[in-house]
Design a protein around this ligand. Sequence first.
Ligand code: ZN
Length: 340
Amino acid sequence: MKSKLLTRDEFREGTFARDNYKCVFCGKDAKDAHHIIERRLFDNGGYFLDNGASVCEEHHIMCETTEFTLEEVRAACGIKNKIIPDHLYPDYEYDKWGNLIMEDGRRTMGELFHDPSVQKILAKGGMLEQFTNYVKYPRTYHLPWSGCIGKDDRVLKDYSSFTGRRVIVTIKMDGSNVTMYNDYIHGRSFNERTHPISGRVKALWSQFQANIPDGWRVCGEDLYSTHSIHYDKLDSYLYGYSIWTDKNICLSWDETLEYFQLLDLTPVEVVYDGLWDQDKIQKAIQEIDFEKHEGAVIRPADSFSLFEFKTCMAKYVRPDHDKTVIHNLASKKLPHNLMK
Ligand SMILES: [Zn+2]
């Protein structure tokens, strides 16, 4: 549920008025209108009344250090409507800075984790030791002309991350997202029950995992079992598409290919490599055989940060892909065929 986007002044005044100008935790005079979720995580500033909390100085700090959870802050304000940035997921738990909280209480690094001010405030609260090196693969926005946009999907607002730059368009394969470190492997969520990884893909990962630098991760597609497309001639059950450093920087495409060669990992197929040109790219995507592929993914050839992910990565999904997913669920466990 959305509430109304306010101006900065309306947000401050409205939050104070709702809380009677008192700190929602101790009742002292309120000093600040705190953003329950950090405003930098919103593309519109996050000035929603349900994202505001009136706080005294002491309790403001405890909100920022994340000693108070988001649930505790909302409960103190009597807020029932959970406001979160568009690119985050309503069914996951986050802290104020957009770091995801896992089921076991440990946290994973969000897009602002490496920001010096965030590092400082988390250290002050003694929270850094709760963090793992793991990162959930972010939500990829659809291109505006994508063939299949669901009601919960997000759409890219403009092409400013692509204009004037060399971009890479690759085939989007119909498998499961997998993220691999030198000590861990996980699917779209960190939960093996909801996103199991095939034994065949774990075996492939074990052949190169020792060569992944500390804190780095390799993202790819687990193609062992059929979802809605059955592949007849795969080069491998594991295709790679991006590599991220311990500082959450996605390597440039050229560097990525060099690493894939070193790791002996098959890259996803490129269908366009050149300057951003919407007409040419749409044409290249239309020439993909959508009987055999789910869609396409675009990115700048240069490196970019996790914070820039939502504007730098976008996808095209073939028309009616959602319907074929339901139609073909029965065949889900069927393995694909390899070329060799
Ligand atoms: Zn207080």
